[in-house]
Design a protein around this ligand. Structure first.
Ligand code: DLL
Length: 435
């Protein structure tokens, strides 16, 4: 029997959901227009008044808001309530440019934790579970979000944060962890460490993992499921919209249900901004209709995916999104060809290599170069140079078939690529450094 955290909402008819969304949207647009000068100016510029928005069908009339706007409004130019009503901030990792600061009222935190509780329940979590939260705690939303959701469900919560892998495994065994929450790259690392300690999945009691915050392939899912003896569920979210739990996977494990009673999704053509019909790939845009402190309308995530209302075997009617295929700004153009790191990862795992790799792109003598360092598993290692060269050629050929361009593959010794305890860095584009 499928369990839901909020059955009424999670299995609501489309008609009722649209009604609920419309009511919330109308109120939210008014709240934002009255309280956020930055967005009011954008609306005025576009000639849209709150009265023009009567239902979700009018959503397209509103202006978009982008990361550039968030940076311009830093730190609190988009805050919609007095600071005294806020109880928390979180912030993005800010690898490029200024960090984004997101504010929360107590109600915002509650609704967000509820979304995470839905995700944990969909992964089979109940009050009988022991939930180990190995996402980072702090400004990052991963730790706090899953921690709050786990409390709501009533799981025994282990607030581990990321890192200290030996201790993660000790606690996992001593306290009988059944659900692990962390990034997929850290889950792979924990699986690898378990193996190195001479342990097998039978030595732990894990049954499920809730992994997200970075792109990961189906091949990676299977590899983690095998190494930890679990079912691995995807979870999606972003700081600007709340954090983890914007969307979550269910028992069907095919795409993630969006908590659309809180966040209305749209897919647009990233070049023209035109709204695309269901089933087409494009940039995901969210309108948060319940957030009080930091309510973004039509926020462009830059994540590329497809939306679908196909019937789901879990009984949930919430719209689904596919795994993001990467961010529009993750895509590399190498010798004129569009390349996503996930395509390379798919080939590596299919060919029996580990998910530990590093992609380096450069421009030498006006020509793009693509170098991929791939770690061998101990059994792939050979001390015959000829064998190694042959393996490198075979892998380069398989990648060329996928991408249409030839990479230079370097097989490197086991354990030589730095492991990730949070979001993995898998691409270094040196062209950006020279530009
Ligand atoms: O990564 C929130 C989160 C924490 C989600 C824990 C899931 C689990 P940010 O640091 O703001 O927030 O990064 C958001 O990460 O726009 C996507 O590009 C990427 N991302 C998040 N989840 C997934 C996922 C958190 N399941 C950005 N698959 C988003 C692929 C993901 N990419």
């Amino acid at each position: 029997m499928e369990k839901y955290w909020n059955q009424e909402i999670e299995t609501m008819s489309l008609e009722d959901m649209r009604k609920l969304q419309s009511e919330r949207l109308v109120a939210q647009v008014k709240h934002v227009y009255e309280n956020v000068k930055y967005y009011r100016d954008l609306m005025d510029e576009k000639g849209v008044k709150p009265e023009d928005i009567q239902s979700v069908d009018d959503l397209h009339k509103l202006p978009f808001i982008s990361k550039a706007d968030l940076r311009e409004a830093y730190p609190d130019g988009l805050l919609a309530v007095p600071k005294s009503q806020c109880v928390r901030i979180h912030s993005t990792s800010g690898t490029t440019g200024k960090r984004v600061v997101a504010f929360y009222t107590q109600k915002d935190v509650d609704l967000w934790e509820d979304c995470c509780a839905r995700a944990i329940t969909a992964a089979g979590g109940t009050e009988d579970d022991v939930c180990q939260v190995a996402y980072g705690y702090g400004l990052f939303t991963g730790g706090a979000g899953l921690h709050g959701g786990s409390h709501k469900v009533g799981c025994l919560t282990l607030p581990m944060s990321s890192g200290n892998t030996d201790r993660q495994i000790t606690f996992m065994r001593d306290l009988g962890t059944t659900i692990l929450c962390c990034t997929p790259s850290y889950a792979a690392y924990i699986g690898e460490t378990l193996h190195e300690m001479g342990l097998t999945p039978d030595d732990v009691q894990l049954k499920a993992g809730i992994f997200g915050a970075e792109p990961w392939t189906e091949e990676m899912r299977r590899s983690i499921e095998k190494s930890l003896g679990i079912k691995a569920y995807d979870i999606y979210g972003l700081t600007e919209i709340s954090g983890p739990g914007v969307a979550f996977e269910c028992s069907e494990q095919k795409g993630m249900h969006i908590n659309e009673d809180n966040f209305i999704p749209e897919i647009i053509n990233p070049e023209t901004g035109e709204v695309l019909p269901e089933g087409e790939v494009g940039e995901l845009v969210f309108t948060s209709i319940t957030k009080e402190a930091f309510p973004l309308l039509r926020y462009r995530t830059r994540d590329l995916c497809v939306l679908s209302r196909k019937k789901c075997s879990c009984g949930r009617t919430l719209i689904k999104m596919t795994k993001p295929m990467g961010r529009s700004d993750d895509m590399m153009i190498i010798r004129g060809v569009n390349v996503f790191p996930s395509q390379i990862e798919t080939v590596l795992i299919e060919q029996g290599y580990s998910p530990n790799y590093l992609i380096e792109v450069d421009r030498i003598n006006n020509s793009d170069t693509l170098d991929i360092s791939v770690e061998m598993n101990p059994d792939q290692f050979s001390d015959k140079v000829k064998d190694m060269q042959q393996q490198e050629r075979a892998l380069a050929e398989a990648i060329k078939t996928m991408l249409g361009i030839s990479p230079k593959v370097h097989l490197v010794s086991p354990k030589s690529i730095t492991r990730s305890e949070g979001k993995a860095v898998r691409v270094i584009d040196k062209r950006k450094l020279h530009d």
